[in-house]
Design a protein around this ligand. Structure first.
Ligand code: GUN
Length: 299
């Protein structure tokens, strides 16, 4: 059997970002509307700062406005809620993202609940989770949205109907919304997790397998149905000592083995990762258009 198609998430995300930049240009010229994204970061977590810088750069590259709010680690919940209140009421801000994790003194649920659901470009607000679960239009979490785009691209839109999709992972950020999106695409969906009995057998039934378990190389080559589409959301850092010299990123799937069996598979890095920021920009355009009652430009 020949090797699987390597799904190039980086190339797909680059194309999507170019399309978003064209939409932003159109919104500016047709409606004088410049989508704006506000990103709030509290504290000094180095990885979070890397993510926020990258979001800022991508937002500006797409021609949008970027508003960065860097707050000290000792910020109180009240201060953060006051800032969000201001962003909710600022007409130049169409998307609000509060980088997680937050320091201990702040209740993340209370903060997410404070964001205007129509500006919630992370799609983490319970209103947006409810909209997704009930099939109403809303803002969808970026990572599962990106996964769905890659699956539709490789299978062809409309060709997900009746396929058996297995999701490993039940987080509010990836697993649960991913399962909802696949269900709306008419897949038969099984949600599994690390405590699922006979997880390997569940996986072998999957035409579409999305893995977001946070467990390096959990999925073995012989867990995969021949020809399946495999989407690996995992990003696990293997320390230099184990990886033989340099730190290395690996997914939740044993890529070298899986690529021999699957029909198509995302690599790590360069698969799902680049889609997340591209979908954040897409959500910001969606939110800006909905808030201003204009169509998303079809360019
Ligand atoms: N921290 C790690 N990933 C994310 C994300 O997608 N959104 C937010 N808000 N924080 C994160």
């Amino acid at each position: 059997m020949s090797e699987a198609i390597r799904i190039d998430g980086k190339a797909f995300a680059d194309k999507l970002r170019a399309r978003i930049a064209a939409q932003v240009k159109e919104l500016k010229s047709l409606h004088g509307l410049t989508p704006g994204l506000a990103v709030v970061i509290v504290g000094d977590d180095p990885a979070s700062h890397v993510h926020v810088r990258s979001k800022h750069k991508s937002t500006l590259e797409a021609g949008m406005k970027s508003f960065e709010h860097q707050l000290p680690a000792e910020t109180s919940q009240k201060e953060l809620l006051t800032l969000i209140d201001g962003l909710n009421n600022d007409p130049a801000v169409h998307g609000i993202l509060v980088q997680l994790p937050l320091p201990k003194q702040i209740n993340a649920q209370a903060v997410l609940a404070k964001i205007n659901p129509d500006k919630d470009v992370d799609g983490f607000h319970v209103i947006n989770a409810g909209r997704l679960a009930t099939g109403m239009p809303g803002l969808v979490p970026c990572t599962p949205l990106g996964c769905l785009m890659l699956i539709e691209d490789v299978l062809g839109k409309g060709n997900l109907v009746g396929k058996h999709a297995v999701v490993i992972g039940r987080s509010n950020i990836v697993g649960k919304p991913m399962a909802q999106l696949l269900l709306h695409a008419d897949c038969t969906v099984t949600i599994t997790h690390l405590l699922t009995q006979h997880l390997d057998e569940e996986c072998r039934r999957a035409d579409i397998l999305v893995v977001a378990a946070g467990h390096a190389h959990l999925v073995q080559g012989d867990w995969i149905k021949p020809g399946a589409v495999v989407i690996d959301v995992g990003i696990n850092r293997i320390a230099a000592a184990e990886a033989g010299g340099k730190d290395r990123l690996v997914g939740d799937v044993d890529y070298a083995a899986a690529v021999q069996v699957a029909g198509a598979i995302t690599p790590v890095p360069g698969g799902v990762g680049p889609m997340t920021i591209a979908c954040l920009l897409a959500n910001t355009v969606t939110a800006a258009c909905a808030l201003n009652d204009v169509e998303v430009p079809n360019v």
